[in-house]
Design a protein around this ligand. Structure first.
Ligand code: CUK
Ligand code: CUA
Length: 664
């Protein structure tokens, strides 16, 4: 208590003596006082303000720890899953201010994402079997790592619903690539990276016949499969290279969360699973639903994958090609020590490798423990081939008791775990709505903090790297119930910022999330990010270089070649050149437009009436748009960003002359 008194004392003095000290003259001071509404003057002390607003000292402390004054910046940046929105949220910490929504799997008009420009191609890469998909169920954003630490260069996210992975370049915070997995129908264990981002790991969730083939449900055990995909990341190009990627076939257990080993366990990957009963439901025929069929066994299986070994076997030609992907068949993975199983207590969830790489923590949705597996023990058992048996696919199983370091009594429904810099782990406890802090060293529960409510994932400052920062933990709660003003039956989710620097955890801030259902997120030190302020002149962000059609000032032109019209257009405050396009009905138009600005934050937009085209032209950016002028008429085009005083004048006309009657 003593130190809040001190803070309040200091603040009291500050308000009395120095509030308007920065203002130089009387008139200015009076004006500022008026602008402040006079409320501060009237209260004249923080105590009075606290009384008026009904704030406790702990509230004031939390406010002081989170408030970031105008012009000051946040220390950390969160990249959060945007859930069903298909996007990624960028949030500052400690302010919890939303900085950006990165368009990934869904069209986003403000960023001009998938509205006629170059980004259309990125979204189109995400087609499955020729079907375009304009949403995603984003679960797990993962930052690129170098030597096990976030390097601030790339971000990868998975689409659980449609088995896709996206690559976001943190040079411009834009999505550059979507890879659609041609083998499976859903993915959950992704997009996790190994400590040097050699691979982006994507593991399937609901088993299905590999290659999206048909097989009756009665063939579940023989034809349905799981998969661990190792997408090779080409750092030079900043893209996944499918030709260098491979997959490991898995039994039809429902693989869940995954994590890559680090330091001592580098070269290994871990996936938890459920439904090793291989229940397939059939509620209409009076069979138990998957839910109860999948909860029969005491144990499911932690999958331990030696991916370095898998890589060697693939290089040695032991893989089979399925839909263009090199897949290591189940028989090879079983025989060659690529895959090993270990029991996992009831309804496991979460799979988190400790910062030193020596342990793997797995929760249990219907359990009260977090189980800590010991990598050294696992490795010794595998090396000594000390198996307890094999599953029906011939995959060796290690004895559970000999593979673990121990279990921590956490509470009902532990899910995910993150870490701090002092040897503590923080586990989300779903059913109890709590964050449990425990010691990694002696596996002792230290403290539990109520959160609001039904916490799913949990995140900590660099909390899943080899060197966590401590400081902050964020509870990502599925429900908010009574926390916010009611906005109808679909409630916001609730991110709660927790200070973990002291001996006790302290809740600092609630941030309503009114979009998607976020799952995982990561928090990186803000000074590790070095994004561009403007694009180099004529840059095409999707090819990553100067666009051959980029336009220079003074070289704008319209080139007609029969029915094909190329328009080379520039945008600069506050006009387009050319600003009049005279076309014939049926012309194919290739519009090449470059923003000539190099001043920060001088973005223009471009839209044409009716054509569903909307571009965001950040300084230096070049866009190419193709459309057919099929409807005759007069179509204004204009800039959609309020870029200058004469922004409304930044406009022009596209005139499409009707085809002559009886003409071609
Ligand atoms: S899962 Cu969502 S709360 Cu997809 Cu990582 Cu556990
Ligand atoms: Cu350019 Cu408004």
């Amino acid at each position: 208590m003593r130190h809040y008194r001190w803070i309040i004392g200091v603040l009291g003095v500050a308000t009395a003596g120095a509030t308007f000290a920065a203002c130089t003259n009387q008139a200015e001071r009076a004006m500022h006082a008026q602008q402040a509404g006079g409320a501060l003057q009237a209260s004249s002390s923080i105590r009075e303000l606290m009384r008026q607003r009904g704030l406790r000292e702990a509230d004031v402390e939390a406010a002081l720890k989170t408030y970031v004054p105008s012009g000051k910046k946040d220390d950390y940046i969160i990249f959060a899953s945007g859930g069903q929105s298909g996007q990624v949220l960028v949030i500052g910490v400690p302010s919890m201010r939303l900085l950006k929504v990165i368009a990934v799997f869904a069209p986003e008009p403000w960023q001009g994402y998938a509205y006629g420009g170059e980004s259309d191609r990125v979204l189109a890469e995400g087609k499955q079997e020729g079907h375009s998909i304009t949403w995603a169920d984003v679960h797990h954003p993962n930052l690129s790592e170098s030597a096990g630490d976030y390097d601030g260069k790339y971000l990868f996210v998975n689409d659980n619903a449609n088995a896709r992975v996206a690559v976001i370049d943190l040079g411009d915070f834009a999505t550059k690539q979507i890879v659609a997995n041609p083998l499976v129908a859903s993915d959950h264990g992704g997009a996790f990276v190994d400590p040097n981002t050699r691979y982006v790991i994507e593991t399937s969730q609901y088993p299905s016949p590999l290659g999206r083939e048909y097989a009756p449900i009665s063939d579940y055990k023989t034809k349905y499969r799981g998969l661990a995909m190792f997408w090779r990341f080409d750092r030079e190009k900043g893209r996944i290279d499918p030709s260098q990627s491979f997959a490991v076939e898995l039994p039809p257990y429902t693989q869940d969360l995954a994590d890559a080993g680090k330091l001592v366990s580098d070269g290994w990957a871990f996936i938890n699973s459920f439904n090793t009963e291989m229940a397939v439901g059939g509620t209409l025929e009076g069979k138990p639903p998957i839910e109860s069929g999948a909860s029969q066994n005491e144990m499911d299986y932690l999958h331990v994958i030696n991916w370095k070994r898998a890589e060697e076997l693939v290089a040695a030609g032991r893989a089979q090609e399925v839909h263009g992907v090199r897949v290591l068949p189940l028989a090879v993975t079983a025989a060659e020590g690529v895959l090993t199983l270990i029991g996992e207590p009831k309804s496991p969830h979460g799979c988190d490798v400790t910062p030193d790489g020596t342990g793997v923590v797995v929760g249990g949705k219907l359990d009260t423990h977090a189980t800590v597996y010991d990598f050294a023990k696992i490795k010794a058992l595998i090396d000594g081939k000390r198996y307890e048996g094999k599953d029906e696919y011939g995959i060796p199983i290690l004895p559970f008791k000999d593979s673990i370091r121990g279990q921590v009594e956490i509470g009902l429904g532990p899910l995910h775990t993150v870490f701090d810099d002092r040897g503590n782990a923080y586990t989300s406890v779903f059913i109890e709505s709590k964050v449990a802090k425990w010691s990694l060293k002696d596996l002792k529960l230290l403290e539990k903090l109520p959160v609001h409510y039904n916490i799913g994932h949990i995140m900590a400052a660099e909390g899943d790297t080899v060197s966590p920062d401590g400081k902050y933990v964020v509870a990502m709660n599925k429900m908010s119930l009574d926390r916010f003003t009611s906005v109808g039956p679909l409630y916001p989710q609730n991110f709660q910022l927790i200070d973990v620097t002291g001996p006790k955890m302290r809740l600092l801030y609630d941030m309503p999330i009114g979009l998607g259902e976020p799952h995982y997120s990561q928090m990186i030190k803000a000074d590790k990010l070095h994004p561009l302020k403007v694009y180099p002149p004529g840059e095409n962000p999707y090819t990553g270089g100067h666009d051959p059609n980029a336009v220079e000032g003074g070289k704008e032109r319209i080139v007609r070649n029969g029915k094909v019209v190329d328009v080379y257009m520039s945008a600069v405050r506050s006009h387009f050149t050319p600003d009049r396009l005279e076309l014939e009905q049926g012309d194919t138009v290739h519009l090449h437009v470059t923003n000539l600005e190099q001043a920060e934050d001088q973005t223009h937009g471009f839209t044409i009436d009716m054509y569903n085209v909307n571009l965001s032209l950040e300084p230096g950016k070049h866009e190419n748009v193709t459309f057919t002028a099929d409807v005759p008429g007069v179509f204004p085009f204009y800039c959609t960003e309020f870029c200058s005083a004469l922004h409304l004048e930044m406009a022009g006309y596209m005139l499409v002359k009707p085809k002559a009657k009886g003409g071609s």
